[in-house]
Ligand binder design. Sequence first.
Ligand SMILES: *Cc1c(COP(=O)(O)O)cnc(C)c1O
Length: 358
Amino acid sequence: MLPAAHAVLDMAALTHNLARLRERAPRSKIMAVIKANAYGHGAIRVARTLREADAFAVARVDEGMALREAGIRQRIVVLQGFICQEELELHARYGLEPVVHALIQVSLLENTRLEKPVTVWLKLDTGMHRLGLNAEEFEDGHRRLSACSSVFQPLALMTHLANADVLSDPVTGRQLDLFRDNVVKLPGECSIANSAGLLAWENAQVDWVRPGIALYGASPFPHRTGHEDGLKPVMTLRTRLIAIKHLKVGDAIGYGGDWVCHHPTRLGVAAIGYGDGYPRHARPGTPVLVCGQRVPLIGRVSMDMITIDLSECPQAVVGDAVTLWGAGLPVEEIARHADTIPYVLLCKVTPRVKIIEI
Ligand SMILES: *Cc1c(COP(=O)(O)O)cnc(C)c1O
């Protein structure tokens, strides 16, 4: 019997996507971004599958520690680094590589005697204005850390692109210029590109690239799908039909009754809802796959169920599989129908959803 809400994870698609991204950035090493539980796919599972990744990146030190405890041996970069001595010591103990994005971290490195030195990624703010040192601070930080016994030499160097998903945006060119002007003369390895940078900005392909979303098969670009870049969806979110009923014109469906049948309707009820991570804001008309056919969502999404119009799909019966996104139904398309982005949909799949690896 098909289980209720489950996510089928196609691990071969994950290695396919890594290989695809390598072809697109043949001169760069790949730091696979597996923060936020690998965008909902399971960080340890993904790290074990991506044996070919040159390094991993996570957001927070505890994410890196969990990977080490699971036996992951590749380099692991912690994108937010540390904000106190205790967290810095954890980086050294677990062999994690912090991003240094503020001078307070430089001082902590100068004033802490570590068990062993750490590799640091010194981050220049080239226009994102979130984390990173401005050009003046960067020079100061670089000089100080180059003389710091707690730090392996030479320092690795990075920045982050704010608008790389918008191909016509002049900001990216300016960010790349600023990085070149301040950094390229220095000896260490460099990293600039996220998925969008890797796929759309060849000049952003330096020593290391840092793809996240593209590894999972989704596109970072607003009007594109991963498929168009040769990527395959890793996650297919599915459930089963648990009821079918026949409604007449004028019948209202679900909470609030805001969907009113305007034709005699063969209604399907599928066992998935916002309690599983399906977006509550998915609009009526959001496609769902039943028997290989697209049918529209109607009525409000509730916690454990959605309602769909099966009038054009007479062959569907209780127990049939219902695909919400993934193989055959791009998550990018569902994101557009729910006024969100694929990153959010993938991250929000809840622990109730059973994981099936294939
Ligand atoms: C999340 C993140 C990435 C990966 O971004 P994608 O758009 O998922 O490819 C790369 N670099 C940094 C600093 C990040 O925070």
